[in-house]
Write a protein of this length. Sequence first.
Length: 498
Amino acid sequence: MDGIAAFLVWFLGAAMAASLLNSLRQAKRIRELRSDWNQSQHKWLAYQQHVTWEMGQLKAELDTLAPYRQVRDADAEARRLREEAWHYQQSTIARANHDADGIRSGAVAERDAARRELGTIREQTEMLRGTAQAIRNAIAGYGDEYLLPAEGLLDEMAEEYAHTDPGQQLKAARAASRQMLKNKLAADCDYSEPTRREMAIRFVMQAFNGEVDAILARAKQENWGKLAQQIRDAFHSVNHHGSAFRNARIRTEYLEARLNELRWCVVVHELKLREREEQRRIQAQMREEERARREYEKTIKAAEKEERTLQEALAKARLELEAATAEQQAQFQAKLEALQAKLADAEAKHQRAQSMAELTRRGHVYVASNIGSFGEGVLKIGMTRRLDPMDRIKELGDASVPFDFDVHAMIYSDDAPALERELHRRFQGEQVNLVNPRKEFFATQIARVRQVAEELGVQATFTARAEAREYRETLAIRARGRVGSPTSLSVAAETAPA
């Protein structure tokens, strides 16, 4: 393999050296033509000066004959000399212009020929450079595992998402590539014999499409740039090998058509991932609603039981009050009032649980922080339908983080999911995890959240300072030197959630 690579490098170096030599020869020829043109210009200027001098001489001679104008023969001779001088001047200028036009035309023709040859050399150099890059990539590898071609995969995906614009675009891109194949516009060859021409074109088409189909089967959003480069490398490599068959080659238009397939394939993949994420969110919401429903039912049953117990105790207390003596009535009256207050609280709790169960979209949107775990300026904005929303905050501070969460705001809403979504949308630019937005962490400040809440017409009480009791006590203990300071705490303020 090393020998082949060395030979290819030598071969490409020789080819590029030959191209450079041709370019230098053409540059030398152009300089010679420019030199000839400059010499012609100098000759023309010298000739013009000579004619001007002769005209001056003739004019001087005519001036010397001015006193003898009365002599008829002298006057006729002067006219003849002037006419002769004028004709001589015109013929000289015409010859000079003709010679100059000839030199200029020849120089322009040779310059255009040199430019065309230079363009051809540049195209060959670009092809060799692309081939060399393709060979280097093939030797060094792309870093991804090889996948077998899956021709029908993209068609199935396009059909599955045909109701979306990206799906329609993918179908159109696939159809355009097939149409180019059908119309024989995808490849070309310089063979004049039809059989050889068809075989050579089939060779490069099978090689190129096999590579491209294998690449498209691995298409994802995060690797689409690398896959596009692999398709271009395959284009250069196949065309390089096809040059041995009378320049059998893939056309650039077909390369762009296959790259367009890759673009829309990546977009459809991303759409598919977003739909999966939306399904996960809906499922999580359904689980949360089911858990809230069970909690409401449990709370309603407990409230009903408590109400019955208190009503029985209240009835017993009334009977005791009626049978009590004057001295005992005050004591039983206080007991009766306490039972009535408890009963009122139980009824209110029952009513609240019943109301929450009937409208399961009611809940609380919370704003919490954990500076000991994630540092300053990182907030979690979430939603819970628990009767006691602090139960959710306690769940967040479980064994997965070293410190408890602090609540900055607990906002009650008749449509908690809608309020949570709107807050997430407003702070989308400050999201900590851009890959998984369900983490619900945002790099923002409490003042900013309060401002957005006021813009939405939400009435709530915000606490700016996080208590972070355990974290601050831990720092104080370490400051007193009781225990060592681990690296994790030294960078806690700079750590963001995954």
